[in-house]
Design a protein around this ligand. Structure first.
Ligand code: PLP
Ligand code: TYF
Length: 395
């Protein structure tokens, strides 16, 4: 049965993890996989998360099944974090999922059920797993132009032009904030113009929000979700707690749908729950119990928000330091976009060959497409990194 199976191509991000681990050079720098790191290079467990885990350990009386839709209280709390209080709640439903990837999987299954073979427009470039998950659900992936590589910002004219020619009913995948891998997000006025086209042309938004709180803050980062929820009859949202709660391996997220009315919302949620049941039966509980415990306790929630603010400002200061370092070494402004990008990622503008050179000669690990995880840098490594990038580029 297995005779015809060939090795699949490696995931260009995850495959770096074991190679980095095995590298014995003491000066190695890991800017590969997208996890936040603090000044000591570790991915911290937030204080509020640790406290919540203690409380769960003491108070939990059972490990019995939670059900395919997960914990409704968790869904409500995350729903409010994402959509805000003023959303059309009578038309929104959500289920708890194993991470943002689990949410995307059930949502892709739902789209495929409702409209087999539908076209889903994704930014070029996007997170590799978007394409894999959508194609795995037999959806047709179409790319839309996204980045102006000369400026490191969104090529908004090209993007608008693409959507003004898209077919009614097509699905549009948007990164809610902190675009992966470019770090380039539309401005508020650009989001407004894009939302208007989406509404006018009857496109269906699928917003993936995996870094809420890492760009401009918890509320500001949800801008486009909240904007669209007030403008369109139908939308889908995948939300991840991996980064903002620092609970990556606990696999915690949620999938939401907005439907035309309450009856449609109930039926759609029931179908989404069937997707969950047939793919993984039920989501794990521990991560959602942590999030619920934190968000239900005002003191823990405030502490979590403060720690998240700290992560964001640390990334911002690394970005500013990086842009300043490149300015010094190049006497130019080519890398100023690094200070403007949002979240953990930016494209540093290296070819795959140069990215490999960076790893082999300088022990700096970045993704082959030139993506860096800015949060992987420590302040003391900024100049070393900038010099290494310029060296492999022959500058
Ligand atoms: N969406 C994007 C854009 C991501 O970068 C990630 C990262 O892991 C996810 C979704 C899913 O995250 P997770 O499944 O770990 O919650
Ligand atoms: O982009 C990243 O680095 C994170 C982690 O198949 C990740 O989103 C990367 C690849 C993958 C799953 C998760």
């Amino acid at each position: 049965m297995f005779d015809d199976l060939i090795m699949p191509p490696a995931d260009k991000i995850l495959s770096l993890m074991p190679i980095f681990r095995q590298d014995s050079r003491s000066n190695k720098i890991d800017l590969g996989v997208g996890v936040y790191r603090d000044a000591s290079g570790t991915t911290p467990i937030p204080r509020a998360v640790r406290e919540a885990e203690k409380r769960i350990h003491t108070a939990q009386t059972t490990k019995a099944y939670v059900g395919p839709a997960g914990d409704p209280v968790f869904c409500d709390l995350i729903g409010r974090l994402v959509f805000g209080e003023a959303a059309p709640w009578e038309r929104i439903r959500g289920i708890q999922t194993p991470g943002g990837a689990g949410a995307l999987t059930v949502l892709a299954g739902l789209i495929s059920l409702a409209r087999p073979g539908a076209a889903v427009h994704v930014p070029d470039p996007t997170w590799v797993n978007h394409v894999s998950i959508l194609e795995d659900n037999r959806l047709r992936v179409v790319t839309y132009p996204y980045l102006d590589s000369r400026t490191g910002e969104v090529d908004f004219d090209a993007l608008l032009d693409h959507f003004s020619r898209s077919e009614r009913g097509d699905i549009v995948l948007l990164h809610g904030c902190c675009h992966n891998p470019t770090g380039a997000d539309p401005s508020r006025s650009q989001w407004q113009a894009l939302a208007k086209i989406i509404a006018e042309r009857g496109l269906v938004p699928l917003v993936d929000i995996a870094y809420q709180g890492f760009g401009e803050g918890l509320e500001d980062d949800a801008f486009v979700v909240r904007l669209l929820a007030g403008m369109v009859p139908e939308m889908l949202v995948s939300s991840s707690c991996s980064k903002n709660f620092g609970i990556y391996r606990e696999r915690t997220g949620a999938a939401f749908i907005l439907a035309a009315n309450a009856d449609r919302a109930d039926a759609t949620k029931a179908q989404l729950t069937v997707r969950a049941r047939v793919v993984y039966s039920m989501p794990p509980d521990h991560g959602s119990a942590i999030v619920r415990t934190v968000l239900e306790d005002p003191a823990l929630a405030a502490d979590w928000r403060a720690e998240l603010d700290g992560m964001r400002s640390n990334i911002l200061s690394l970005r500013q330091g990086l842009a300043a370092s490149f300015r010094r070494f190049t006497n130019g402004s080519d890398y100023d976009f690094l200070a403007k990008n949002k979240g953990m990622f930016s494209l540093i503008g290296l070819t795959p060959r140069e990215a490999v050179m960076l790893r082999e000669r300088h022990a700096v690990y970045i993704v082959e497409d030139g993506r860096i995880n800015v949060a992987g840098l420590q302040a003391s490594q900024i100049d070393t990194f900038a010099e290494a990038v310029l060296a492999v580029r022959g500058i």
